[in-house]
Ligand binder design. Structure first.
Ligand SMILES: C[S@@+](CC[C@H](N)C(=O)[O-])C[C@H]1O[C@@H](n2cnc3c(N)ncnc32)[C@H](O)[C@@H]1O
Length: 359
């Protein structure tokens, strides 16, 4: 038995395809969650895999990511306790009913023949317009989640920082290895929709998803028992907006950005503070100072990222008692794009023991 015998663990988090996702490490991370947690916070939630683990544990789960497409996953799978999409609603999202009312063609204009052909770009414009007409924010969020997950399945390597998607979608060898490359995005959405509906459950808590810079959100939160931080690992694939710009553009449907380079990434980007070497130490110090009243922290790191494990340990020890757990990536790519053989690190941090000597 990998997890505690809790009914919420019968629900299954749909496998993500996201750089640095902790999906494969969830049973390991679960071992270091302290007892008696009521409210847990995932500050850099990404695919929401760890937030989902918190929800499964029955905690009131507060989740956050500064990218809106990740927040939509948080709304649909973490904050949402009840709403699913019916087959009829899925058909509505695919329908042509509103096509003339919709004069937006952002995807047709910007992305035709970049990651998919013009017909699918037009299809995505239509779907985007129909999602806006759904009358419930969780259903909308679930629809965004389904489309975005399907797009990562459709595109080689599951990200949008390269221009090989169309080539590979026409390469029989590649298609043999991954048939999704040549499939219509509509068919992929139809395939995965049951998986996502089945992942929605009610853990009887008032869970919440946010879409903020974690440093701005933290001062507004209180009564958190456990914080989990998995920031981008500097020096190793930290620029999430270059990898996943297409998904953010699908949700935001920007009207105030430029689309640059051959991948048509939006510009300017959002400010992270955790993705550049010259900013990271200051941002980590702010993060820990703002979290000092949270008694338990779990922090994911990789032994190849910056700052090095020893240096981060030194910073953390100013605030907490710290122990370090590690796992080695045996095959494939390590977390955050690093190669096999790198180590996944978990800092387990607890309040310092204050010894009162009664005199
Ligand atoms: C390593 S990923 C998290 C992966 C996640 N634990 C999972 O299992 O999928 C880091 C995340 O931090 C987010 N991020 C970067 N800067 C942020 C900031 N200042 N505030 C909140 N989120 C931020 C990125 O969008 C990215 O999703």
């Amino acid at each position: 038995m990998l997890f505690a015998d809790n009914t919420y663990f019968y629900y299954k988090f749909p496998e993500p395809q996201y750089l640095g996702a902790k999906y494969i490490w969830l049973p390991w991370i679960n071992r270091f969650i302290p007892k008696n947690i009521r409210t847990a916070f995932d500050g850099f939630a990404g695919s929401q895999s760890v937030a989902y683990l918190f929800k499964q544990n029955g905690f009131k789960t507060i989740t956050n990511d500064f990218l809106n497409f990740n927040h939509q996953i948080g709304l649909s799978l973490i904050e949402n306790n009840n709403f699913t999409l019916s087959k009829e609603e899925l058909e509505f999202i695919f329908s042509n009913e509103n096509i003339n009312k919709n004069n937006s063609s952002l995807f047709k204009n910007v992305f035709s023949n970049v990651f998919f052909d013009e017909e699918q770009a037009i299809f995505l414009d239509k779907v985007r317009a129909n999602i806006d007409l759904l009358d419930n924010q969780y259903k909308k969020a679930l629809a965004f989640t389904l489309v975005n997950r399907s797009l990562t399945r459709k595109v080689t390597m599951g990200h949008f920082a390269h221009n090989q998607a169309i080539n590979y979608a026409n390469n029989p060898e590649r298609i043999k290895r991954n048939p999704n490359l040549a499939r219509h995005v509509k068919d992929i959405i139809s395939d995965i929709f049951v998986l996502y509906n089945n992942a929605i459950f009610n853990n009887e808590q008032d869970n919440k998803s946010y879409n903020e810079n974690v440093l701005e959100l933290l001062p507004k939160l209180d009564n958190i028992d456990l914080a989990y931080y998995d920031p981008p690992y500097c020096d190793s694939h930290a620029d999430y907006q270059s990898f996943y710009h297409l998904l953010e553009t699908f949700v935001e449907y920007w009207s105030d950005k430029e689309f640059i380079n051959t991948t048509r990434r939006y510009e300017p980007k959002r400010y992270s503070g955790f993705d550049k070497k010259q900013l990271i130490i200051d941002s980590l110090n702010q993060l820990f100072a703002l979290s000092k009243d949270i008694p338990n922290w779990l922090i994911s790191w990789n032994n190849r990222s910056y700052p090095k494990v020893k240096e981060l340990e030194k910073i953390l020890k100013q605030y907490k008692d710290v122990s370090i757990e590690t796992q080695t990536y045996l095959n494939g790519r390590g977390g955050k794009g690093s190669v096999a053989g790198s180590r996944e690190v978990l800092f387990v941090c607890k309040n310092k023991l204050s010894i009162n000597i009664g005199l």
